[in-house]
Ligand binder design. Structure first.
Ligand code: GLN
Length: 485
């Protein structure tokens, strides 16, 4: 066992017993990042100097008996989180050299605990994508097999944890961007309920769907990370002022009386055989552990992809209007007038998927089409949310696949946006409904690609979600398998 093989909770114990220092841990991780990043391209920015300074401060806090859960632990963040004094690119040319004057709340909260930020992670540009191939900094690669995508858009967040370049990471999930890469890289990823974690300082993609969450090696670490970032923030009016549970003490392993629903619309044509088998075996395991498995129906599932790609693109077109060359990042030179400057800046600064979505969203919002597309999609969204609320009348959680297939090859879908969008079918409805869900390792395909299991919880019931995930994890070994890198 080397230092970078330990979980967050295990490292915490070693740091507290002074068996190792935060500086030693950080150096080990920075060396590992230096050795593996050329192959994986998971980091856009590596924080060699600031990380060591933060580690020294963490060691002082530990020596003074002031250690908290994350003190001295090397954590990396998707490059969508504003970080004071560090570059934040959102994997876009348009923000190539943007340095934010302030920290996102999620970053501020882990910094308050004196976590060590080791770097900013690769992603799809503006979080638009499912493969990390839409990055202006080149694709990140899957540590299990470098010919495969790590998933997206938080590809770097999942791949870095799977490759043990960080003990945990932060990602965002608008339509699956934490859960799908977590599944493809065999790590744990949680999308909290909309409003559970502040979005302040997170570069906006689709504001009614975006949510911040952790990626970790196991469920306990996930609980620790969520504990640190969850809770009301006056700076984000959509964050909700309800109490945050004690997630760790909820990990009891007890599933007695728990009812888990299998939505029948999620086990239909198009679902890969290996994924289906792995998820069915997971359902059997839950039965063995004492849970009751019930078939349920989410009847509006087939409308979710279309609904999402209207709402998300509409919101994106409006959010991305601010990148005009005046206030942030890139500005085209030698332009003739203001409009020409806007046009040239945006033409040069955005990648093709981002442009596609701005055009789609602008169209959906334009007068004459607003009612037919955007308003209709909002109504469908309400029906989808209602499907989940109805299901939760009879079950405590839902069990589904995360993605219809294991990770695909780099380049395989990049020229077929519709195929790429369709692969979000199992994750998107959760964001539309605004509830919480997580992805955890549940097996491998016959050709050794990781498979993830999705658990979907009731709104603001992350505690039950984590307890359900933890019980399965304790009864299986999937989370212990490590990518050979
Ligand atoms: N793959 C989805 C999209 O491209 C989800 C992305 C996300 O959750 N940020 O929009």
């Amino acid at each position: 066992m080397t230092v970078y093989d330990l979980t967050l909770a295990e490292l915490r114990a070693k740091l507290d017993k002074r068996e190792i220092s935060a500086v030693e841990v950080t150096k080990t991780y920075l060396d590992r990042i230096a050795a593996t990043n050329p192959a994986l391209n998971t980091f856009i920015t590596i924080c060699n100097e600031t990380a060591l300074a933060e580690a020294q401060a963490a060691d002082q806090a530990i020596a003074a008996g002031k250690a908290q859960a994350l003190t001295g632990l090397p954590i990396a963040a998707k490059d969508i989180f504003n970080t004071a004094g560090l570059r934040t690119t959102c994997a876009s040319r348009i923000l190539d050299n943007y340095v934010s004057p302030y920290d996102a709340t999620a970053i501020a909260r882990i910094k308050e605990q004196k976590a060590v930020i080791v770097g900013k992670l690769n992603m799809d540009e503006f979080a638009m994508g499912s493969s990390n191939e839409n990055s202006a900094f080149g694709p990140a690669r899957n540590p299990w097999n470098q010919d495969l995508v790590p998933g997206g858009s938080s590809g770097g967040s999942a791949a870095s944890v799977a490759a043990r370049q960080a003990v945990a990471s932060l990602g965002t999930d608008t339509g699956g961007s934490i859960r799908q890469p977590a599944a493809h890289c065999s790590v744990v990823g949680l999308k909290p309920t909309y409003g559970r974690v502040s979005r302040y300082g997170v570069i906006a993609y689709a504001s009614s769907l975006d949510q911040v969450g952790p990626v970790t090696r196991d469920v306990r670490d996930c609980a620790l990370m969520l504990q640190a970032i969850a809770g009301y923030d006056p700076a984000d009016s959509t964050s909700v002022n309800t109490p945050v549970a004690d997630y760790q003490s909820n990990l009891t392993g007890d599933l007695k009386g728990l009812k888990i629903g299998l939505p029948k619309e999620y086990f239909v044509e198009g679902l890969d055989d290996d994924v289906r088998k792995a998820v069915e075996l997971a359902a059997d395991k839950y039965r063995e552990l004492g849970a009751e498995i019930i078939e349920v129906s989410l009847p509006h599932t087939s409308y979710a992809v279309a609904c999402y790609y209207l709402i998300a693109t509409a919101e994106a077109s409006s959010n991305l209007a601010r990148y005009d060359g005046v206030r942030y990042g890139l500005r085209a030179e030698n332009t003739e007038n203001l409009v020409d400057m806007y046009m040239q800046t945006r033409a040069a600064g955005f990648g093709s998927e981002v442009k596609r979505r701005i055009m789609l969203g602008t169209y959906a919002l334009s007068s004459g089409y607003y009612d037919a597309y955007y308003l209709k999609a909002q109504k469908v969204r309400t029906l989808i949310r209602q499907d989940f609320l109805n299901a939760f009348e009879s079950v405590d959680a839902l069990l589904t696949p995360v993605a219809p297939t294991p990770a695909f090859a780099l380049g395989e879908k990049v020229n077929d946006p519709l195929q790429m969008y369709l692969s979000d079918i199992y994750t998107i409805p959760v964001n539309l409904a605004g509830t919480c869900a997580m992805s955890l390792p549940c097996g491998f395909s016959t050709d050794e690609r990781p498979i993830g299991l999705q658990l979907i919880g009731k709104p603001f019931d992350e505690a039950t979600l984590l307890r359900t995930a933890h019980a399965y994890e304790q009864a299986t070994d999937w989370h212990k398998k490590q990518a050979n890198i």
